[in-house]
Design a protein around this ligand. Structure first.
Ligand code: PNW
Length: 449
């Protein structure tokens, strides 16, 4: 267990937790919600490790008041949730489901009543199935539908949401959902998935303009990053590491910050129209950084369809996901962002950071998760060190408040500060919850917001 006191964070530093709609809400058939690509994907045999779906998940749709009480007990200053597009617009466009908007209004008002800032993500991968049937993110029209949806949500909540996040991890949605086919919608296009990147970025840029027109709150995007650990010293290994860097860490961030697409990826950019790059580079107020782990990369075998090979990294402890625990990677990543983008880099918030362990209650019903405490302690110290290095980091959100439905892994991976007994829905704060509560209480005494 870590004992050394946590160093002091800057005044106003934001302490938060993150969740997403499909992973916690349940209520998939309630109050007029439409079908998303994840409903369809989860119902397809063989796609989800335990054959489960998010139909019920944590039943947060009905238990949100209890969950907000847990947030209040933790002492967080911000809560990042996502709005389910098909709950608000069942077919993605056109007819509005007012009950869906009402739910998010109840949620936001209850969060505010506890003195917590609501941070709303507009797209956390649950595309309305009707839009997928028209081509989804391969179809440019989806970007315009997203801007209309952003306008609708901001018209209702723009006076109360304290920060907007347009998209969650467009890289993971492109690569796992459309490149490899292990996430919804299950397309395996490899590098032909590039239009999915471009249309998501276009959607982001159009939504920035829509949000600005309706709300004075800051606008951000949450990107997934993974610092590259090159394995091997051959020129081919260097080239592979550079290719992976361009794909994972630059493909979305370069154009967002006005640098255009990384040319070395050699994508067919026929879908990029005049003016698109200006829309995409609309200034944002905060860059959201989701960080889990570094990636080992070396040159591919002859004949590989990819310009790199991913290799497991030795010498790190591992989570239940088999992901390496590497807080140094977060400090390196933040330093890399500052070095690469310089004054084009806006303030950064860590919009996700966390780990999965196989946490279960003991005979007394308590849930001990010492590994998560070590994880969070290390990553918070890494953020602090990055701030000392000169990177403007203004917040840290833990993934996640609750154990929840972990996409293709179903219920088999537990990321929560709070244990969820899925059959009953019972919530039990883990020891990491008490640890983080004490860290936040001390930090807020020292550096009030
Ligand atoms: C993120 N990877 O997903 C998502 O934003 C969350 O919804 C999710 O629960 C969390 O991280 C934990 O997985 C990722 O393979 C999924 O590198 C996969 C990867 C990274 C992030």
């Amino acid at each position: 267990m870590p004992h050394a006191p946590m160093p002091r964070f800057p005044t106003g530093f934001r302490w938060g937790v993150s969740t997403s709609a499909y992973q916690i809400e349940g209520a998939a058939h309630t109050d007029g919600r439409g079908v998303s690509i994840w409903d369809t994907f989860a119902r397809t045999p063989g796609r989800i490790a335990d054959g489960s779906s998010g139909d019920v998940a944590c039943d947060h749709y009905h238990r949100y008041a209890e969950d907000i009480a847990l947030m209040a007990g933790l002492g967080i200053t911000a809560y990042r949730f996502s709005v389910s597009w098909p709950r608000v617009l069942p077919t993605g466009a056109g007819t509005v489901n007012t009950s869906g908007l009402d739910f998010y209004e109840r949620l936001v008002d209850a969060v505010l009543a506890h003195g917590i800032d609501p941070v709303a993500t507009l797209f956390h991968w649950d595309l309305p199935q009707s839009l997928e049937d028209d081509g989804g993110w391969l179809n440019r029209d989806t970007a315009y539908r997203f801007a209309e949806y952003a306008d609708l949500v901001a018209a209702r909540l723009g006076d109360r949401v304290k920060m907007w996040i347009t998209l969650n991890e467009p890289f993971i949605h492109m690569s796992l959902g459309h490149g490899m086919g292990v996430h919804a919608p299950g397309r395996a296009l490899l590098f032909d998935a590039f239009p999915v990147a471009h249309h998501q970025l276009l959607a982001h840029g159009l939504a920035v303009a829509a949000l600005r027109a309706r709300s004075g709150s800051p606008v951000a995007i949450a990107n997934n990053y993974s610092p590259v650990r090159r394995v091997g010293d051959d020129p081919a290994d260097l080239a592979a590491a550079a290719a992976y860097e361009a794909l994972h860490n630059r493909l979305f961030t370069d154009p967002l910050l006005g640098h255009g697409y990384p040319a070395e990826l050699g994508f067919d950019d026929a879908v990029v129209r005049d003016g698109d790059l200006d829309v995409i580079a609309a200034p944002i107020d905060v860059l959201g950084v989701n960080y889990y782990n570094p990636t080992g990369v070396r040159a591919p075998e002859e004949g590989s369809p990819l310009p790199f090979e991913l290799v497991p990294l030795d010498g790190y402890p591992r989570t239940a996901f088999d992901w390496p625990v590497a807080p140094d990677g977060l400090r390196d990543l933040l330093g890399w962002l500052r070095h690469r983008y310089g004054t084009d880099l806006p303030p950064v918030q860590i919009t996700e950071s966390g780990c999965a362990y196989d946490d279960q209650p003991d005979a007394q019903g308590r849930v001990h998760d010492p590994d998560r405490i070590v994880y969070l302690d290390g990553h918070l110290r890494a953020v602090h060190a990055a701030i000392a290095d000169g990177v403007d980091v203004t917040g840290y959100f833990v993934w996640s408040l609750l154990d929840n439905w972990e996409w293709a892994e179903g219920f088999t991976k537990r990321f929560g500060l709070v244990h969820v007994d899925y059959p009953t829905g019972r919530r039990t704060p883990k020891s990491s919850y008490a640890w983080l509560r004490d860290v936040i209480a001390t930090a807020r005494r020292e550096t009030p917001r």
